[in-house]
Design a protein around this ligand. Structure first.
Ligand SMILES: [Zn+2]
Length: 84
């Protein structure tokens, strides 16, 4: 399973050097709270579930293929025919 690191930028254009907290809101958004030492600002970034899904990398094709083959072997071992 691969992952893609989130990219952060302050309003000043610098990359923040400290992430203070990562959390979730009651309406299911992800929030990242960070500090920019270049301009001494505290910032919050909020992403909806849809925005998080868009930021995810594509599925790892090799891993997905391996899971499908493992699933097929298991189903065949318990007598269930699996279409190719
Ligand atoms: Zn800044």
């Amino acid at each position: 399973m691969g992952y893609r690191a989130m990219q952060f930028a302050c309003y000043c254009g610098k990359t923040p050097d400290r992430i203070l907290e990562v959390g979730f809101t009651s309406d299911r958004n992800m929030v990242v709270h960070f500090w920019c030492s270049s301009c001494s600002r505290v910032l919050f970034i909020s992403h909806s579930p849809a925005e998080c899904a868009l930021a995810c990398p594509p599925p790892d094709q090799q891993t997905e293929t391996q899971f499908a083959a493992d699933d097929a072997r298991f189903l065949q071992s318990v007598g269930i025919a699996v279409p190719e």
